[in-house]
Design a protein around this ligand. Structure first.
Ligand SMILES: Cc1cc2nc3c(=O)[nH]c(=O)nc-3n(C[C@H](O)[C@H](O)[C@H](O)COP(=O)(O)OP(=O)(O)OC[C@H]3O[C@@H](n4cnc5c(N)ncnc54)[C@H](O)[C@@H]3O)c2cc1C
Length: 561
């Protein structure tokens, strides 16, 4: 296999609002374009749910528009535990259908996005006094493999104390009773969302970040579109659509109240935080899942390169999804739980390199059931104005939710407009951008031939899959672009141009937080690279010196806050 030289990767202008420039172009649609003609479907919210709906709808041939008030994946979809999992914990509640479905989705995502979703071996240690005992764990593990139809990455293995300590030598030995080795998958949540939105664009959807819905348009009481505000360029407009879908996750009830001020809340969001520490402190080799000795809740310690992230909490909160904070007591809870299982880690608040907080858009137990299709996990309802709201769900099963929403929207469109049946969406067969093969060997070789740092080669292949080739090509005209942005972090300069040309990055924060992840992975949150990123973006967006300085400063202020 040879690594293709992709056309058009060395030139091109961002911001031309171009759609239909071929498979590789994916840029933000300008406001004028969004409102130029009515869409079949207007999707509000650019998290994984909205991106999945837009992809499914565009694949079926619907004229689709997706708007997101901030950046794509700015909400919960970049603040998850980054797992594509079969839902081991649903075994406890007996929701076997959900486990079966999540297992199937895990297989699909491993296949269509091998660069963004990868298998992760887990150790589940059991200590004396834990809520779960060995017999229960063994039964759960068998059931988990059974519900994966024995097609999980590998079958589980129960381990005795000695084998467990060989696998994870730093685990607390006292009270250890044994445990299990099993498999699930880890993902890059923000990049999975981006790739899904880009696939929607490749199928003809118009997608724009930094376009907020500020009101709904009505005709004879029905919602027929939305008033929007361009938070980058300024200006307002109206986007008309046959059906409007509210996929705003934790913001869902706000949009429902725009439709009907008296609408009953559907959601009861809970908050979850994650902390990032240096992996050598815990010195674990697998993903670790365990029950917290403080309250028996299931927790994770997950590997992320040289880092580990620890999660998560699950608390009711009144905090706004616009501004979530990590509270000191949440930090203490997570660190104490991990220290109890890995006593040599001795983690303190000073060891925390960073973290994130997100809101689970959970369906309230007493949410109205009328006119709804409800699973334990998600809910699709139509409001008094006909807007379709999707609530709940998780990253792992986004494709299933998307399909159900689009089915509902199509019924609605046919009902109202007498339309013929649209095409099929092969969302489980077509790879997401970069995932066309899982044989990345040739892409590694090409990078090394070009003199790209070996760590960067690995990083590019892991994050971009086959699109690593396009990033190498960006360095064809200017070899400096193949340099690392902020060594020893492996990200290279060419990724910034890629982020602008193909991944809809509009600000330095978009690049450093959700695309290159330096915000989470660099000791100084990527601040020393902000100026260089702004300079590289300036080439694409024709920013002048004043704008470059302002954009870099804006990032610095954000990262320090
Ligand atoms: C701590 C935590 C851990 C999790 N871990 C996992 C996991 O490991 N695996 C898993 O499968 N799931 C996990 N989940 C669940 C999963 O992350 C969420 O279900 C999923 O990301 C929700 O996606 P969404 O698109 O519905 O919402 P969001 O990602 O929040 O997207 C909604 C978007 O709507 C936008 N929006 C809001 N109002 C407007 C407006 N007026 N105009 C335009 N746009 C608007 C917001 O800016 C936001 O970006 C976790 C969740 C949390 C909180």
């Amino acid at each position: 296999m040879t690594v293709p030289h992709e056309p058009g990767t060395g030139t091109g202008q961002a911001g031309d609002g171009g759609q239909g420039h071929g498979r590789h172009s994916s840029q933000r649609a300008p406001l004028a374009r969004l409102s130029a003609e009515p869409a079949d479907l207007l999707v509000i919210g650019g998290g994984i749910t909205g991106a999945g709906i837009a992809r499914d709808a565009a694949m079926r041939g619907l004229r689709t528009v997706l708007v997101e008030q901030h950046d794509l994946a700015w909400g919960t979809s970049s603040r998850s535990s980054r797992l594509v999992h079969g839902g081991l914990r649903y075994l406890e509640t007996g929701d076997l259908r959900l486990v079966l479905e999540a297992n199937r989705e895990r297989r699909v995502l491993l296949r269509i996005a091998p660069h963004l979703v990868w298998p992760l071996p887990f150790i589940f240690p059991l200590h004396r006094g834990d809520r779960v005992g060995p017999a229960r764990l063994a039964a759960g593990m068998w059931l988990y493999d059974l519900l994966a139809l024995f097609r999980n990455v590998k079958a589980h293995r129960m381990l005795g104390k000695r084998a467990l300590l060989e696998a994870e030598p730093m685990l607390r030995e006292r009270g250890l009773r044994g445990g299990a080795l099993f498999y699930d998958a880890q993902c890059d949540d923000a990049r999975l969302t981006l790739a899904t939105a880009r696939s929607a664009i490749q199928h003809g959807a118009l997608v724009a970040n930094y376009i907020a819905v500020v009101g709904l348009e009505r005709t004879a009481g029905r919602v027929v579109g939305a008033q929007v505000e361009d938070r980058l360029g300024g200006g307002r407009g109206v986007i008309r659509a046959g059906v409007v879908v509210n996929a705003t996750g934790p913001w869902g009830d706000r949009l429902r109240q725009m439709e009907d001020a008296g609408a009953a809340p559907l959601l009861r969001p809970t908050k979850g935080i994650h902390l990032v520490v240096e992996r050598r402190r815990i010195d674990h080799r697998h993903g670790i899942i365990f029950t917290s000795p403080i309250d028996g809740r299931v927790m994770f310690v997950l590997p992320w390169g040289d880092l580990s992230y620890i999660g998560t909490t699950d608390t009711d909160t009144e905090e706004s999804p616009d501004r979530l904070e990590i509270l000191p007591e949440e930090v203490v809870y997570l660190l104490r739980s991990v220290n109890a299982r890995f006593p040599n880690a001795r983690l303190t608040v000073e060891d925390v390199r960073g973290g994130w907080a997100g809101l689970r858009p959970l369906v309230a137990p007493d949410a109205p059931q009328a006119a709804s299709s409800r699973s334990r996990d998600h809910l699709i309802v139509q409001g008094s104005g006909g807007m379709i709201t999707v609530a709940g769900g998780k990253l792992t099963t986004y494709r299933v939710m998307a399909r159900e929403v689009v089915d509902r929207a199509i019924r609605e469109l046919r009902l109202r407009e007498g339309r013929s049946r649209p095409g099929e969406a092969l969302t489980d067969e077509e790879a997401l951008p970069g995932g066309e093969t899982d044989d990345f060997g040739p892409f590694r070789e090409r990078g090394l031939e070009l003199g790209v740092h070996p760590d960067s080669v690995e990083h590019l292949v892991r994050h971009y899959g086959t699109e690593a080739a396009g990033i190498y090509n960006l360095g064809g005209g200017d070899r400096r672009l193949l340099r690392r942005l902020l060594p020893p972090h492996p990200a290279i300069e060419a990724e910034v141009l890629h982020a602008v040309r193909r991944e809809l990055a509009q600000t330095v924060e978009d690049v450093l937080v959700r695309r290159l992840h330096l915000y989470y992975e660099h000791a100084e949150r990527g601040i020393p690279a902000a100026r260089r990123v702004a300079e590289l973006m300036a080439r694409e967006y024709a920013w002048d010196e004043g704008r470059v300085a302002a954009e870099a400063e804006r990032y610095e202020a954000f990262a320090r806050a």
